[in-house]
Design a protein around this ligand. Structure first.
Ligand SMILES: NC(=O)c1ccc[n+]([C@@H]2O[C@H](COP(=O)([O-])OP(=O)(O)OC[C@H]3O[C@@H](n4cnc5c(N)ncnc54)[C@H](O)[C@@H]3O)[C@@H](O)[C@H]2O)c1
Length: 259
């Protein structure tokens, strides 16, 4: 019960890393606000959390819309009395089969920037406002990516994740005097989340074995990364066990960036 009594918001919690984290955070004793632009997916995550004996509520939230994020923080405070942990996890891929950098359109750039960077900006901003009002610290975990640490295909996506990684470090320094910790998890390839689906608005369907093998081969450890691997890293960073850890970009990558 490493998060016993804590109040947490997880964005993008209708699927993948966010859903796995909602389940894990709740199992560790947190009360979880499940935020997602897909209302039905958020509701299903809440059902799964409750089924396993945890406490959660669902909230429709488009992280590109600042008012939505502010309302999400307000909803967590209204239901749980306070906010302790903000996990800014929502993000989308820019990968299109066979596409090169110059194929990226203005629409692609705005979408990726708006969700992956803008969403984390809004989440950090409204969490910091709340944490400072409470006056006793707080924890932010962002989902960056190895694509923001090394040169990688899907260039615009990688740039948005580089921005998330950099904002994590800068904010950690600025907020340290308030005991607000800010860290990021940086996953490598997770073929079993919705992220790899060509149409991210469709529910998940299992990828072919060939994709599991090719994504496994990317990591020196030889295994693809799972949403549960990320949830475990996020729980640690969100917990008091990480009380002296801030400004860290934690690869969850089977050694990918070390290679
Ligand atoms: N899957 C990978 O290979 C991989 C690798 C590195 C980093 N990541 C990052 O991990 C995070 C989680 O992705 P995932 O793999 O679980 O994918 P996923 O597609 O399964 O989950 C993403 C969730 O974010 C939600 N979302 C999308 N746009 C949103 C918006 N505007 N507002 C609120 N919610 C929104 C989706 O509805 C979905 O529930 C993302 O930030 C992603 O960039 C994924």
């Amino acid at each position: 019960m490493r998060l016993a009594g804590k109040s947490a918001i997880i964005t993008g919690a209708g699927s993948g890393v966010g859903r796995a984290s909602a389940l894990r955070f709740a199992a560790e004793g947190a009360r979880v606000l499940v935020a997602d632009v897909q209302k039905d997916w958020a509701a299903e995550t809440v059902r799964l959390v409750k089924e396993s004996g945890g406490e959660a509520i669902a909230q429709h939230c488009d992280v590109t819309v600042e008012e939505d994020v502010a309302s999400t923080v307000a909803a967590a405070v209204e239901h749980f009395g306070r906010l302790d942990i903000m996990f800014n996890n929502a993000g989308v891929t820019g990968a299109k089969t066979g596409a090169t950098f110059e194929d990226s359109t203005g629409e692609d750039w705005l979408r990726l920037t708006g969700i992956n960077f803008g969403g984390v900006f809004h989440g950090c901003k409204h969490a910091v406002i709340r944490f400072k009002a409470q006056g006793d610290g707080g924890v932010i975990v962002n989902t960056g990516s190895v694509a923001g640490m090394v040169g990688f295909g899907s260039v615009v996506y990688g740039a948005t994740k580089g921005a998330v990684n950099q904002m994590t470090k800068g904010l950690a320094i600025e907020c340290a005097p308030f005991d607000i910790r800010v860290n990021a998890i940086c996953p490598s390839a997770m073929p079993l989340t919705n992220f790899f689906m060509l149409d991210p608005d469709q529910p998940f369907s299992a990828p072919p074995d060939a994709m599991l093998e090719s994504t496994s081969a990317l990591q020196p450890l030889g295994r693809y990364i799972t949403a549960e691997d990320c949830a475990a890293a996020a729980v640690f960073l969100a917990s008091d066990e990480a009380r002296n850890i801030t400004g860290v970009l934690l690869p969850v990558d089977g050694g990918y960036v070390a290679a």
